[in-house]
Design a protein around this ligand. Sequence first.
Ligand code: ISJ
Length: 91
Amino acid sequence: MPPTANEEKTAAEEIGELRKEIDWLDAEIVRLVKRRAEVSQTIGAARMAAGGPRIVVNREMDVLARYGELGPEGTRIAMALLELGRGRLGR
Ligand SMILES: C=C(O[C@@H]1C=C(C(=O)O)C=C[C@H]1O)C(=O)O
């Protein structure tokens, strides 16, 4: 049965509300990703200033495993996060 006018309005309202939630989630994710990159770059700079390496492979493996819960897409997210954490120094 096709939806009535009322049901359509309800669906449009629900979509509008859910889109607001998505917009909020995206803004939060961007904020957190920026903060993560900042923290990662600070750690890298401090370690290098002390004569250490820029990259710690076993720690990066832990990060990859953490996001692996989300499947191959999670692994790609983790790779992007690690790359952002390297900033200009890693390029
Ligand atoms: C932030 C660090 O430095 C680098 C960046 C990492 C990250 O962004 O998660 C992890 C390991 C290191 O290669 C760290 O050692 O914790």
